[in-house]
Write a protein that binds this ligand. Structure first.
Ligand SMILES: Cc1cc2nc3c(=O)[nH]c(=O)nc-3n(C[C@H](O)[C@H](O)[C@H](O)COP(=O)(O)O)c2cc1C
Ligand SMILES: CCCCC(=O)C(=O)O
Length: 371
């Protein structure tokens, strides 16, 4: 497979995807200002390498919340993989597990979490336990939410990633234009079927697992995080933190890690680029919890910039979907391979022996004059 970079996999994906589904994956909220900003902000940060440090070949591995990762790149949760490829999340899970990469499995996956976990186990090298985390949209029906948490726990997920930037769905004008609001026949959100409780918005009780049954509720609050803490021993990661006051509150509320994210520009448009928010969040939490970052990570150099500004690891959303659409499991594997090779190369060129070796001294702005 001769894809030279993530961009070429996006082009390949675009060529094979139904344009309506391509728009769903690629698009963002309203004017997509944030979608563009996430990538553009990385390009405005300059890297200044250190020389002659005799660092040898870098080691890329890192650990987050006890999870060993072969590199500081994880898979952010993305819904509806069956729209990209018939093997859907099964293929994604195999590629991630084979690469030693943590997959944050979306609550709105088109394969059930038990089946995703089984595929990951099959693919993990040498029978190692694959690293699988579960993304949750807390539903106002707590009985329903608890049931899905229990399923994730039983399937072997090792952390709950609670998405907190979605008190409502962002306004996706591409989806409106395309009249795309639910999965096509034959595809369902497999985790949402047949759970106890009033559960999802009622469609008349006939069938379940439709996207439009999911409740994104503005009533979700810190009380729900406290409740989750009580009902589960899994570490809790808050996904979608952008304000330093919320970062502080998260630490005070016993959250275990933060994922600095603007949902890839799909929720509130004109939120700034995540990489530009990272320093202020790092300042607020003072190393008390690990920070993760997603949004616009497309290159090994992007990963280095996030590490330098205080992230322990990064995560990718769309790139994995492009790989999946272009070539199934092999395509996701290729995306991870590309990022691994680029990160190895960039660390070496910066004179760093490991991700832990990366500090802010490597950074400047692309525009001069420099101090
Ligand atoms: C097609 C698509 C579906 C997504 N679905 C979810 C989801 O179900 N839950 C969630 O928390 N975030 C979801 N996200 C946001 C991602 O987890 C992540 O924050 C974002 O994609 C990162 O930006 P990137 O795509 O530039 O890498 C989705 C993003 C995309 C592109
Ligand atoms: C209710 C659909 C939410 C999926 C999602 O989070 C996204 O597409 O960004």
């Amino acid at each position: 497979m001769d894809y030279a970079n993530v961009r070429s996999l996006e082009e390949a994906a675009r060529a094979v995807l139904d344009p309506v589904h391509y728009d769903y994956f690629a698009g963002g909220a309203q004017d997509e200002i944030t979608v563009a900003a996430n990538e553009a902000a990385f390009a405005r940060i300059g890297l200044v390498p250190r020389i002659l440090r005799g660092a040898a070949r870098p080691r890329l591995g890192t650990t987050v919340l006890g999870a060993e990762m072969s590199m500081p790149v994880m898979l952010s949760p993305t819904a509806f993989h069956k729209l990209a490829h018939p093997e859907a999340e099964r293929a994604t899970a195999r590629a991630a597990a084979a690469a030693g990469v943590t997959m944050i499995s979306a609550m709105l996956s088109t394969v059930a979490i038990e089946d995703i976990a089984a595929e990951a186990r099959k693919a993990a090298p040498g029978g190692a336990e694959p690293s699988l985390w579960f993304q949750l949209y807390v539903q106002p029906d707590l009985g329903f939410t608890e049931a899905i948490v229990r399923r994730a726990e039983a399937a072997g997920c090792r952390a709950l990633v609670v998405t907190v930037d979605s008190p409502a769905l962002g306004r996706h004008e591409r989806n409106d234009r395309n009249d795309f609001h639910d999965l096509p026949p034959g595809m369902r959100c497999e985790n949402l079927r047949e759970l106890p409780g009033e559960g999802l918005r009622d469609l008349g009780g006939r069938d379940s697992g439709h996207v439009r049954q999911v409740v994104l509720s503005p009533e979700i609050s810190w009380d729900h995080i406290a409740w989750l803490r009580q009902i589960s021993d899994l570490p809790i990661v808050l996904k979608g933190v952008l304000h330093p006051r919320d970062a502080r509150l998260a630490v005070e509320n016993g959250v275990d890690a933060l994922l600095v994210s603007n949902h890839g520009g799909r929720q509130l448009d004109t939120t700034p680029a995540t990489i530009d928010r990272l320093p202020i969040i790092a300042e607020a939490v003072q190393g008390q919890v690990p920070l993760l970052l997603d949004g616009g990570v497309r290159r090994g150099t992007d990963v280095i910039k996030a590490l330098a500004l205080g992230a322990t690891a990064t995560a990718i959303g769309r790139p994995a979907v492009w790989g999946l659409a272009a070539a199934g499991e092999a395509g996701v594997a290729r995306v991870l391979d590309l990022l691994r090779n680029e990160l190895d190369n960039a660390l070496t060129l910066c004179g760093c022996a490991s991700p832990q070796d990366v500090t802010a001294e490597l950074l400047t702005t692309m525009e001069g004059p420099h101090q």
